[in-house]
Design a protein around this ligand. Structure first.
Ligand SMILES: NC(=O)c1ccc[n+]([C@@H]2O[C@H](COP(=O)([O-])OP(=O)(O)OC[C@H]3O[C@@H](n4cnc5c(N)ncnc54)[C@H](OP(=O)(O)O)[C@@H]3O)[C@@H](O)[C@H]2O)c1
Length: 250
């Protein structure tokens, strides 16, 4: 498929799970992909898979919580491919604990990646998209971002930042032809959720809280991300789209 020919897409957290599936899906549809994550070996794996499919990939070791890394992500992408058209803000870390058991250092660690990372990456790519008067930004939030659960207080707060930034970024960037949307995934089988997926009791409890009675593979989120990044989604902005098997309506 050649839907994204001549488009460059940065995917953060592209070394595993939803980010890797999204990087592969965009590459299959013709995009040049910048695969970003902290572990070089993991993004190199994604790059090798994309090249084996006949695609183009630049794997970069980048920590989205570090301003100098985000700056390098943008300069390297432009140096290699000339522009940035699509940004998938997917990098994230999980955190468990309530107000009484979590602490400030955990808050800073999680929000630096899940919240500030989205802010910094969006700000960093905006000038390039504004110049082209075209851009697609897709943030990976979570159902927790608008239906918070006390057992993951900090994670929920960090995803509320993502939901909020999606709307305000859409308002700011819309006049330049840039859309900004978020996906709120339900239970997806990835390394982040391995402990749950490998425990039949915990998995049954999680799945019970969906309408469709199942969890999903990363490819089901990737398909939605690719749609939001496409021309077909050109009139959608500021939307928070649940890809959650009905988790948010139970
Ligand atoms: N799985 C689910 O059920 C689920 C549900 C709702 C939302 N989500 C969201 O989906 C997104 C993807 O998660 P996933 O489930 O696919 O888990 P995952 O496989 O653990 O993917 C997260 C990726 O983010 C990267 N990452 C973490 N911190 C980073 C940082 N500071 N800078 C750059 N990269 C960083 C990790 O690679 P490195 O460690 O190498 O950096 C990893 O590849 C996350 O935002 C998560 O919150 C997942």
């Amino acid at each position: 498929m050649s839907q994204f020919v001549d488009k460059t897409a940065i995917v953060t957290g592209a070394g595993s799970g939803i980010g890797q599936a999204t990087a592969l899906e965009l590459a299959r549809r013709g995009a040049r992909v910048v695969a970003v994550g902290r572990r070089q070996a993991k993004v190199d794996e994604t790059g090798a898979t994309i090249r084996a499919l006949g695609g183009t990939c630049l794997p970069l070791s980048i920590d989205v919580s570090r301003a100098e890394d985000v700056h390098r992500m943008v300069t390297e992408s432009i140096r290699q491919f000339g522009s940035i058209d699509i940004l998938i803000n997917n990098a994230g870390v999980l955190s468990h604990g309530t107000l009484l058991t979590a602490d400030e250092s955990e808050f800073d660690r999680v929000v630096a990646t899940n919240g500030r990372g989205v802010f910094s990456c969006t700000r960093a790519v905006a000038p390039c998209m504004i110049e082209k008067k075209w851009g697609r930004i897709v943030n990976i939030a979570a159902v927790n971002g608008y239906r918070p659960m006390s057992l993951s207080t900090i994670y929920a707060a960090s995803k509320a930042v993502v939901v909020n930034l999606t709307v305000t970024s859409a308002q700011t960037l819309g006049p330049y032809g840039i859309t900004v949307n978020a996906i709120a995934p339900g239970p997806i089988d990835t390394p982040m959720t391995h402990a749950t997926w490998s425990d039949p009791e915990r998995l049954a409890e999680l799945v019970r809280r969906t309408v469709l009675g199942r969890g999903a593979q990363p490819s089901e989120v990737a398909a939605c991300a690719a749609f939001l990044a496409s021309e077909d989604a050109g009139f959608i902005t500021g939307a928070i789209i649940p890809v959650d098997g009905g988790r948010s309506i139970v």
